[in-house]
Structure formats: structure tokens, C-alpha cells
Design a protein around this ligand. Structure first.
Ligand code: 2AM
Ligand code: CA
Ligand code: CA
Ligand code: CA
Length: 266
């Protein structure tokens, strides 16, 4: 698997931020945590990781724009390229000592995601992809699962946190999905949920209320692993709508039909 210079820059940035997260994960009880809103936390670990990634990426490509969850946006003099970064996806897991969290870095060129890296330092799993070149977990090329029906499938979902005003809508989607799929799982990291679909661990995944940095890299992984990704309207504006439904061709279609069913009347 030959990586381009650009992908290498992204991998090095993610590994460096991952090292910082690993150190902080070992002493999580000593971290300063602030609350952005109900059920929405940010720690020193998030902020440190974002600074490391931003510095690395901007050193390598000073003209590119930068969008990260923890602010300090850069517009960039190069109108075509933008980094989209979640320095720590799964902060709640991280703060609870649950080893399901990741650094996620994507590169957008003229509005299209062309490269992505997601790294879980707790498991040493590094997901990488460049458009047209496939998706990889460490050195292994990924392929989405081949199950064709929901009744054989394990489906991932995002369970909205305390502050997200979509609990009722989610429970309807979940009720429908539970009635069709073999099993439902939720990791608490959208970046890892998508990587799991690319790796064939989850047959499909859906979530709403997401931000671009949660999904940018993962969308590319799923597509490059042969999967399909859409928003709730069947379009591909996932970064702006914050909605995502994905899986192989069959599961993506079936899951979209199921989670969009109306509220049952009885
Ligand atoms: P985070 O850990 O980077 O904040 C879990 O379903 C996903 O939701 C994670 O990707 C998590 O990202 C994100 N998340 C956590 N709190 C959120 C909030 N208040 N609004 C939207 N997304 C949130
Ligand atoms: Ca957050
Ligand atoms: Ca996130
Ligand atoms: Ca985050």
C-alpha cells in the first residue's frame, strides 16, 4: 500500500495527536473538563490534540483552509483545499475510560472528500483512504460486508446525547430498525462507527445531528470499501445535513427505507 505524501502528512498528524491522547487517557481523572452543553464535554485532551494536528497540517500545507471541532478556523488562501478535523471523536467514552475514541482527519478538495485518516490510539487501529485508492485498516484493504438482508445484519447507530433535541425521532428510527435487523450497536464515536462499516464489522449505520468533522473521513472509507452513503433524502449532502445512512448497496437501501418510516400510530 503506497501512501501519497499528502496522506503521509495526515497520518503523521493523527499519530502524533494519538500519542498525546494516549498519555491523557492514562490519567483521565486529572484532566480539566468543561461543559459545552448538556451531555456535551470538552477536555484539555481534545484541545491539545487539535493544536497538534492543526500545527502539523498547516506546517505541511500553509495555504489550505482548516475546520476543526474545537475552533480556530482558517479560511486558507488556497480556495480549493480544506482540512476537516475531529481531534477526539468519542470524548464521552474517553472521559469514562472506554477505549472507543479516535482522531479523525479529512481533506476536502473543491467540496469533495479526497483523503481521510481515523486513528484509535487505544487499539492502534489506523484507517486510511485516498479517493480511488481503496480504504485500509493498518495494511489490510477493506471491503464492506456482503450480507444482503437486514435480518442477517448488525447495524450501528448514534444514540443522541442529553443535549440533542432528537430523542423522540431517534426512538422511532430505532424501533423500526430493531424490528428488522439482527442486532443494533452503538459505539459512541461516529468516526469509528463509519470505519466499522468500511471494515465489514457493521453491515450498516445511521445517525443524524452530526457535524462535518464526525463523518468526513468515514464517508470516504465506506465508499472506498465499496459501500454506499446517503443523507435522509437519498442525496449525498451528508456534510451539510448531518444525516448519514450507509452500508453495502442492499443494506443501505433497506436501512434507508426502514429508518424513514413514519411514526407508528399504535
Ligand atoms: P464528539 O465526541 O467529538 O463530541 C456519538 O453519537 C457522536 O456524537 C460522536 O461522534 C460525538 O462526537 C458526537 N457528539 C457528542 N456530543 C454531541 C452533541 N452535543 N451534538 C452533536 N454531536 C455530538
Ligand atoms: Ca465534542
Ligand atoms: Ca465528533
Ligand atoms: Ca470531538
Amino acid at each position: 500500500m503506497a501512501r501519497s505524501a499528502l496522506l503521509n502528512v495526515m497520518v503523521q498528524a493523527a499519530l502524533k495527536a494519538g500519542k498525546s491522547l494516549s498519555r491523557d487517557f492514562g490519567e483521565v481523572q486529572n484532566l480539566q473538563v468543561s461543559v459545552k452543553g448538556p451531555g456535551d464535554f470538552v477536555s484539555q485532551a481534545d484541545l491539545k490534540a487539535q493544536k497538534i494536528i492543526r500545527d502539523e497540517l498547516m506546517k505541511a500545507r500553509p495555504t489550505y483552509g482548516f475546520l476543526g471541532e474545537e475552533g480556530d478556523e482558517i479560511k486558507g488562501t488556497d480556495g480549493a483545499h480544506r482540512w476537516i478535523v475531529d481531534p477526539l471523536d468519542g470524548t464521552t467514552n474517553f472521559l469514562h475510560g472506554i477505549p472507543l475514541f479516535a482522531v479523525s482527519v479529512a481533506l476536502e478538495r473543491n467540496g469533495e472528500i479526497v483523503a481521510g485518516v481515523t486513528f484509535n490510539p487505544a487499539t492502534d487501529e489506523l484507517y486510511t483512504s485516498e479517493r480511488g485508492g481503496g480504504a485500509f485498516l493498518n495494511d489490510r484493504r477493506l471491503r464492506v460486508a456482503s450480507r444482503r438482508v437486514l435480518s442477517d445484519s448488525v447495524i450501528g447507530c448514534g444514540i443522541p446525547n442529553l443535549g440533542r433535541g432528537s430523542h423522540g425521532k431517534f426512538l422511532v428510527e430505532l424501533r423500526h430498525a430493531m424490528g428488522e435487523a439482527a442486532g443494533i450497536r452503538s459505539l459512541g464515536s461516529a468516526a469509528l462507527d463509519l470505519a466499522y462499516v468500511a471494515a465489514g464489522r457493521f453491515d450498516g449505520f445511521w445517525e443524524t445531528g452530526l457535524s462535518p468533522w464526525d463523518v468526513a473521513a468515514g464517508i470516504l472509507f465506506v465508499r472506498e470499501a465499496g459501500g454506499f452513503v446517503s443523507d435522509f433524502d437519498g442525496g449525498t449532502d451528508m456534510l451539510n445535513t448531518g444525516e448519514i445512512i450507509c452500508g453495502n448497496e442492499h443494506i443501505q437501501k433497506a436501512l434507508a427505507e426502514v429508518v424513514k418510516r413514519p411514526i407508528p400510530t399504535k
